[in-house]
Ligand binder design. Structure first.
Ligand code: DUC
Ligand code: ZN
Ligand code: ZN
Ligand code: ZN
Length: 511
């Protein structure tokens, strides 16, 4: 056979183009894009007729929590690497990047990485990379970053400005930014002011305001905007070291990011479907149902949603990730989402684990909303993630001879499934979906990972195998030539820092 797989009659979409092509796949790579119909009779082991449906690079979801210990002090992960990646392929995602968490009492990052490799290895249905999650940036951790980047294939890490178990001081953040600059590692920042939200939480508790909706009151937009502004300021102090603000929900934070980008600062931003599809009203459902939509930052309001969509369309946000952070709603174990226990018989929002499942619904819900062009959709759900996290063009593209044959094929307009979502349709191990009952117009019909059909919605569903997913060693980010721009800024001179800081403050005052 000339090909292992041929896809005929598809409308191919990349981040830049839409065109009808037949796709020939050989040895796990895209081998050829041929004029439509030309490969219909080619010699191939398998033929898929896309019937006019879109064919695009598989989804890349670079913000996924799986099998993490209970870092936020509450809840335990409902999804393993197995169930989480199974859910990913059923929703058209072919690569995830999850977190390898370092706990505060651990000094090594390499140990954290190896421990997470043990959990993931042999268990995954899709390809996967890992970010380090740094909670203790001591000298040992910092000294390991070079090896982590150059040998372990990890070119990004995440830090938190909130959560007692994770929160870093500005001092520690500066230490990380400097080390990341030297090693060309992207720093992902969870920007919420932890001290402010702890204070507000205590005030709400004093007034016995325990219901899930008060999660939103404990985290008003200003504490996200403040922390976002502070993160950008810290990046500028380290001579404009690239950062990525994760899960941005608030227009105030978005405007600050946009402004920094306009001034040429290497500030990237991510948003998530929860900020496109959920609002504070979803936290205010009868009983404890609102807990099903508790995530951090919290869902905002409809006007905010519109601005987040706009930020995706206009490029303020480079990536749309799921922030899949799975907890069971109702479970005999401690840590269930209801957080109703012997100890806390009414359940209190401060004990609700923060996070919702979204790994499988990210692509179908966003695609179905039709709020952006289909090329933009590919850009923010796949291609930009590949570029930002050092996987492009092996991932996130359809370049013959170069790109892995990771594809998602959608139903054509005439065969759209028009689903009303139920949790039973999903493949995670969570017992609910925050999108339960929502109308979803289209769904990935096939998911293909390195040339192998792993999801065939009409014939078998999950047809891939556990363990076929491989670890992806990642390289330096290429999005917007970010590190070349950093190099142009020249060596970072610590001795100049005090002087520079004075200038920055003066400029800020003039503005
Ligand atoms: N931050 C995340 O990135 N995920 C879940 C919880 C949180 O606060
Ligand atoms: Zn976070
Ligand atoms: Zn997260
Ligand atoms: Zn409907």
């Amino acid at each position: 056979h000339e090909y292992d797989l041929v896809i005929t009659n598809g409308v191919c979409v990349t981040a830049s183009d839409i065109a009808t092509y037949d796709v020939g796949i050989k040895d796990k790579k895209i081998a050829i894009l041929a004029p439509s119909g030309m490969l219909a009779n080619a010699s191939t082991k398998k033929l898929i007729d896309a019937e006019g449906g879109f064919v695009m690079p598989g989804g890349i979801d670079c913000h996924v929590h799986l099998q993490e210990p209970s870092m936020f002090g509450k809840g335990s992960s409902a999804d393993s690497y197995e169930s989480g990646t199974r859910s990913a392929i059923a929703g058209g995602t072919t690569t995830i990047v999850s977190f390898a968490p370092q706990q505060k009492h651990e000094d090594s990052l390499l140990a954290a990485l190896n421990a997470t490799h043990k959990l993931a290895s042999g268990s995954c249905y899709c390809d996967y990379g890992m970010h380090l999650l740094v909670s203790n940036p001591g000298p040992k951790a910092i000294s390991e970053l070079k090896q982590i980047k150059e040998e372990e294939g990890v070119s990004s890490l995440k830090i938190y400005m909130t959560y007692t178990a994770l929160q870093l001081s500005d001092y520690q953040i500066l230490t990380i930014l400097l080390a990341c600059r030297e090693n060309k590692i992207i720093t992902m920042i969870h920007a919420e002011n932890g001290d402010v939200l702890n204070w507000l939480t205590d005030k709400l508790e004093e007034k016995k305001l325990f219901a899930p909706k008060y999660h939103s009151n404990s985290r008003p937009p200003i504490l996200e905007a403040e922390a976002t502004n502070r993160a950008i300021a810290l990046s500028s102090l380290i001579n404009n070291t690239p950062i990525l603000l994760v899960h941005v929900s608030d227009p105030g934070a978005t405007f600050r990011i946009r402004e920094a980008q306009t001034h040429g600062q290497p500030i990237f931003a991510e948003t998530c479907p929860q900020y496109l599809f959920l609002t504070r009203d979803d936290l205010d459902k009868p009983g404890f149902e609102g807990a099903k939509c508790v995530c951090s930052p919290p869902p905002r309001n409809e006007a905010d949603q519109k601005l987040i969509w706009k930020g995706l369309r206009n490029g303020t946000f480079s990536v749309l990730s799921s922030d899949h952070c799975p907890f069971r709603f109702d479970d005999a174990e401690t840590g269930k989402k209801t957080c109703i226990t012997h100890e806390h018989p009414v359940g209190r929002f401060k004990y609700i684990p923060n996070g919702i499942p979204m790994i499988e619904t990210r692509l179908p819900a966003t695609f179905s909303a039709s709020n952006m062009t289909v090329t933009k959709f590919v850009e923010v759900t796949s291609t930009n993630a590949a570029k930002l996290y050092g996987m492009y063009p092996r991932k996130g593209a359809m370049i013959p001879g170069v790109s892995d044959a990771d594809l998602v094929i959608w139903y054509p307009e005439s065969k759209k499934p028009n689903i009303h979502l139920t949790n039973e349709m999903l493949h995670h191990d969570v017992d609910y979906s925050p999108l339960e009952g929502r109308h979803i117009a289209n769904w990935p019909r096939y998911t293909i990972l390195r040339g192998k059909v792993v999801w065939d919605r009409d014939n078998g569903g999950i047809v891939g195998e556990k363990g076929y997913g491989q670890f992806v060693k990642r390289e330096t980010a290429t999005l917007n030539n970010v590190w070349e721009r950093v190099e142009e800024e020249g060596e970072f001179d610590l001795e100049m820092l005090v002087y520079l800081a004075v200038i920055i403050l003066q400029v800020a005052r003039v503005r």
